[in-house]
Design a protein around this ligand. Sequence first.
Ligand SMILES: CC(C)(COP(=O)(O)OP(=O)(O)OC[C@H]1O[C@@H](n2cnc3c(N)ncnc32)[C@H](O)[C@@H]1OP(=O)(O)O)[C@@H](O)C(=O)NCCC(=O)NCCS
Length: 164
Amino acid sequence: MAPDTPGILIRDLVHTDISAIAGWMMTDQHWVSYGMTVSSIEHDLTEAIGRSDIAIVAELDGLPVGFAWCIERGMFGTDAYLKRLGVSPAHTGRSIGSLLLDAAEERCCSAGASYLSLLVGSENERAESFYRARGYACAGALPDFAIDGVEERLYRRRLTPLSY
Ligand SMILES: CC(C)(COP(=O)(O)OP(=O)(O)OC[C@H]1O[C@@H](n2cnc3c(N)ncnc32)[C@H](O)[C@@H]1OP(=O)(O)O)[C@@H](O)C(=O)NCCC(=O)NCCS
């Protein structure tokens, strides 16, 4: 569980969050390197709300400074899939990503998922160590999956105890 982060409210993503999120995502080379644009981000997050995906934000002083988006059974038709997790570059290192991941896991678990899966690029060492430290284990790799020369690593964490 992440330490308490004063002033952070975790709540559902709403339409009025989207342009602020797209604005700070475009200042982060990570998202730019995946070819994202303001319009592609706006399109994707609008669809996420429309489909009632698990989509949450971390709000600070009335602004969305981080978000997590999960698709129920979005990986293999069984696991919940963490499609995006992002924190504004101005607000990283303050446990906001951890709070969002905790909340996303809880919601996926409540929706009946046994595992949460995600992909992380081989160039993203910080995110990879972030997930490892939070109990995720590498289950495979997909070379050149999203970007030529970048391996996407599949990470999974079990959300519920094994039952026999
Ligand atoms: C990965 C990401 C979501 C983490 O969010 P965050 O709010 O910074 O996360 P937290 O503050 O909860 O934890 C950050 C971890 O990185 C470490 N960290 C904090 N600031 C750091 C910095 N400037 N450089 C490197 N590591 C840092 C912290 O020590 C912490 O690790 P620990 O708790 O295991 O010690 C965020 O960096 C991000 O949005 N990155 C760009 C998008 C991305 O890579 N998303 C994941 C794609 S799969």
